[in-house]
Design a protein around this ligand. Structure first.
Ligand code: FMN
Length: 339
């Protein structure tokens, strides 16, 4: 009974994504590559390639390699501030990628038309109600609302508040997926009942067997509790940096020094603000790579959301998904019994 109801609540999401379970594997730089993405799609969810740190050539290869591993749909996540965004959009179009997820701020002029013109469905992040409405007016096909409990770059507002502000007025107009802090299927059921068509999870999938993250990175996840996933602090008011949520370590302190260095370059007029912010983003990409690929979890960045406390061990993607689905179905069944 619970499973049937879950299916019905996810139907708009599964129809939109073309998969069985309306759970997006949130794109994670260095992590969401061919293996994890194809494993998620093959298990009935929806994998998304992270191309924040990729060149157009690398993305081209990654899409081709993912296609070799799954015949099911998957998406590509592009970051709006990537200097080669236009070429990356071309790569997606050439491959006939069915869904593009645009992250990192409002889409630059022309990008919405170009992505949709390729036949892809466009999913954008909406950090506030006003921006969500603007994105819907601009023609985006679906929204992700991601709260500050999430891992990686985050906004200032919690998932629960975004869901209350954005789902009631907009859920009927456009499919909305909720992300940030989801570690148990019971919460998935809650957001679906509020009008979401599905959810996006990142942290819960890092310790999948199919995920290529270094064993040290996975170990750090398994050991950490929610309170270890802290946010970076902005040091200089003139240099607005997007906060990052990661597991507490030495690297979180080094970021303060990096900000001071970049603020010094701004002061000296050596760099403009846009370049300063790009330097910060490159810094994060490098720090995350050190931790994910090289396993240096002290001087690398172990980006993780607060749901990291619910990651208890390694498991196949299919098992993680099954647990989430069973928990969601069980929660729905319990509520209907008590209704
Ligand atoms: C290690 C890590 C790297 C991430 N990298 C990206 C990224 O490159 N692009 C992006 O849009 N989101 C990125 N995210 C956010 C995820 O796509 C997803 O929205 C988020 O993890 C959901 O919240 P959760 O971690 O609480 O499940 C990242 C998250 C993590 C944990």
């Amino acid at each position: 009974m619970g499973h049937d109801r879950l299916k019905r609540l996810m139907k708009r999401g599964t129809d939109f994504l073309g998969c069985e379970v309306a759970i997006l594997g949130g794109a994670m730089s260095w992590i969401s590559e061919r293996h994890l993405v194809s494993a998620l799609s093959n298990a009935g969810a929806f994998g998304v390639i992270a191309c924040g740190a990729m060149s157009p050539e690398l993305l081209d290869t990654e899409i081709a390699e993912t296609k070799k591993r799954t015949e099911r749909p998957f998406g590509v996540n592009l970051i709006t501030m990537h200097p080669q965004l236009s070429e990356l959009i071309d790569v997606c179009a050439r491959h006939g990628v069915s869904h593009v997820v645009l992250a990192g701020g409002l889409p630059p002029p022309g990008s919405i038309d170009r992505i949709k013109g390729s036949g892809a469905k466009l999913i954008c992040f909406a950090p506030a109600l006003a921006l969500a409405k603007k994105l819907v007016r601009s023609g985006v096909d679906a929204l992700v609302i991601e709260g500050m409990e999430a891992g990686g770059h985050i906004g200032p507002v919690s998932t629960s508040v975004l869901a209350q502000e954005i789902l009631p007025p907009l859920a009927a107009d456009v499919p909305i997926f909720v992300a940030g802090g989801i570690g148990h299927g019971g919460l998935i059921a809650g957001y679906l009942e509020m009008g979401a068509v599905g959810v996006q999870l990142g942290t819960r999938f890092v310790c999948a067997n199919e995920c290529i993250a270094h064993p040290n990175f996975k170990k750090a996840f398994i050991r950490a509790s929610a309170r270890d996933a802290i946010t970076s602090v902005q040091i200089d008011p003139r240099l607005p940096v997007i906060p990052v949520r990661a597991i507490r370590n030495k690297e979180m302190e080094s970021f303060a020094a990096k900000q001071r260095e970049v603020a010094g370059l701004l002061d000296a007029g050596t760099v403009e603000m846009a370049e300063a912010q790009l330097q910060i983003e490159h810094y994060w990409a490098g720090a995350l790579r050190r931790a994910v690929i090289e396993g240096d979890v002290e001087s690398g960045s172990v980006m993780a959301g607060q749901s990291v406390g619910m990651v208890k061990g390694e498991a196949p993607v299919a098992d993680i998904l099954r647990d989430l689905i069973d928990e969601a179905a069980h929660a729905l069944e319990r509520r209907s019994v008590h209704a």
